[in-house]
Design a protein around this ligand. Sequence first.
Ligand code: ADP
Ligand code: MG
Length: 159
Amino acid sequence: MSGVRITTGSPDETEQLGAAIGSLLRPGSFLALRGDLGGGKTCLTRGVVASLAPQSSGLVASPTYAIMNSYPGSTPVYHFDFYRLTCEDDIAELGFEEYFYGDGVCVVEWSERLAGLLPSDILTLLFEYAGDDRRTITITSSGQKSDAVLEQLAAKLRQ
Ligand code: ADP
Ligand code: MG
């Protein structure tokens, strides 16, 4: 499947898209978020957490300083932000890879910084400005598990 492109008209809509995606994810799922600052990556993460770890919803903030925030829930969500890290070796030394193949869902802002550490089966979401309150989000997949999630999402959005 080639991808899904959606333009949201408000932060709420982006959060709802995150919740719709979250409801399709399983432990081990990986969302690679890319695109400009203010594109809506943290906003969408809020929706993912609301659907998978509702006990923790409302707590989602940018982990720019912490690098990783974890949100406990029936499926825990590990929220990373690699904005401040530029070198793949630094990131490898932090030992986060065990989370990428663990019991939870990983949502990773500035995933492009991971380069070779990126898992192969991932959903990639690109955030682009499309006006004041509009953001275009393009979702693509690689790997069998993520391809299946993207198919399900496309079907859900057609409803
Ligand atoms: P990022 O994590 O990509 O840097 P954030 O989610 O922290 O971006 O911030 C997005 C900003 O853009 C917020 O201030 C939000 O209110 C605003 N915004 C306006 N329209 C939208 C939209 N359609 N989707 C998401 N955020 C939006
Ligand atoms: Mg952010």
